[in-house]
Design a protein around this ligand. Sequence first.
Ligand code: NOJ
Length: 582
Amino acid sequence: MCKRLAFDEGTDSVSPMTSVLPSTEWWRSAVIYQIYPRSFADSNGDGMGDLLGIRDRLTALTELGVDAVWLSPFNTSPQNDAGYDVADYCDVDPLFGTLNDFDSMTSRAHELGLRVIVDLVPNHSSSEHRWFQEALAAPPGSPERDRYIFRDGLGENGELPPNNWDSVFGGRAWTRTENPNGSAGQWYLHLFDSTQPDFDWDNPWVRRQFEDVLRFWLDRGVDGFRVDVAHGMIKADGLPDWTPSSAGGSMGGAGTAAGADVSEAAAADARAAARAPFWAQEGVHEIYREWRKVLDSYDGERILAAEAWVDPLIDMAKWVRPDEMHQAFNFPYLETPWDAAQLRTVIDASINAFSEVEAPSTWVLSNHDVVRHASRLALTAENPQGHGIGPESAGLPIPELGLRRARAASALMLALPGSAYIYQGEELGLPEVIALPDDARQDPTWFRTNGERYGRDGCRVPIPWEADSPAYGFGPSDAAWLPQPADWAPLARDAQRGVEGSTLTMYTLALALRRAHDLGDGELEWLDAGAETVLALRNGDVLVYANTGASAVVLPAGEVLLSSGPLGDAELPADTTVWLRG
Ligand code: NOJ
């Protein structure tokens, strides 16, 4: 149970923090900047980013021109999955500071006009959470065990896991417990690491706890929640065995494509039947309808954003029906290669699917779980989400090509109507860090696959602020929880600030133009691009041309508002996006 602010306890000495910012369906067009607290800014020199570090660096984000920040988890946690293993949902881990630091950071953000979205991890807790420790100590069948998914094992002595499910991070999704007398006991389910037991969301007790958690943070003035694994909380009855088809990434996907000659309803049924029994089950929607009521009872348009890896987009759109969440991360867009035809298809599919349920489309190219797009867009070998890249990976990117494409892709993304997400450091053009030493890696994926998958550390390296300071100004000492590359000085924010042609300048200009021309609330119209490799569109009075091909094309006439790279003489070079006044 979360201890809420004093007004909850019958005194009126403290009033709930209101979201002081005006509510105008801001989330439909907002640019939301993802802060990964471990790696954003460190105030005390221990090598780990923290809340006061964030607070003191927020003006860099207002200067960049974003509308909101989303913070990955900073709750109490043993950090087995970098904080996505929560041991207390209503407190701050000492690594990141205190609840007072959180309040101070939030007030500062609001003062600066930035909204604050926090991460909520409801699919699983940490195995160190009191609720799970109590469940382990209680006997099978007890109310404590019913909070999580405990089952007897199969086989003569229960020595086999209850079903064949695998963990997203590799290995099986079940771990056997030990009884107090030392004998082997029941098994518990964990779709992720063994230290992340899944809750049983069919249990009303679990639902009540999380309503309290929502209110706890809403009372503190947060503007919304990014909901982790929002497609995973309900499991199919009976927990049936499941063998994945080759389609679909580790976090979900449709499994099979339905035939073209069946009705949409029949196709949707076929997709649902092919889906893993732990992803995208109908029952999750009821949870979000309840949550939406809680959020709507607060002022200031607080929002829910779903991390739901559900394909295709028409199925993902169910998460953002009018009485459910506000936004869902557009992973199909993130996963689309730098290719005009495929981009056009996914952009159309996104706008159609989301507008069908009156939700905005969102756009995202990078986050803390994927290879940074300044590297990913130039990979030449297949690289499934979550596997990461390292020194021995096949098809490693050419850095200059990756950066050129990333800038062009970002310039395209920021011109699209809807809401866009930026992952910290992409505005600096940061690449994935490939050469991390093995002993520095921390992602559970790395350990659970015995190093077969590098995992996600390469996109989580502390970001550079000052070219000439220790740890590039990440904090006051030279400590950084993951080593920063020796050649990052030119990428530091102060080395790029105000410098013509820098990636930071491009992002800053794009966001200013996006706001001035109201692109987030605009409408997209495709134009004849004149070449197959080029995407051409109009959003209001801005024309956008993105050349995804390997050779230059003719640059249409017009006043250039923004360019992702140098323009040739009347030419739009390869891997370049330009905005023209329409
Ligand atoms: C998705 C989060 O983004 C990722 O970082 C985490 O490992 C898994 N969910 C499990 O919580």
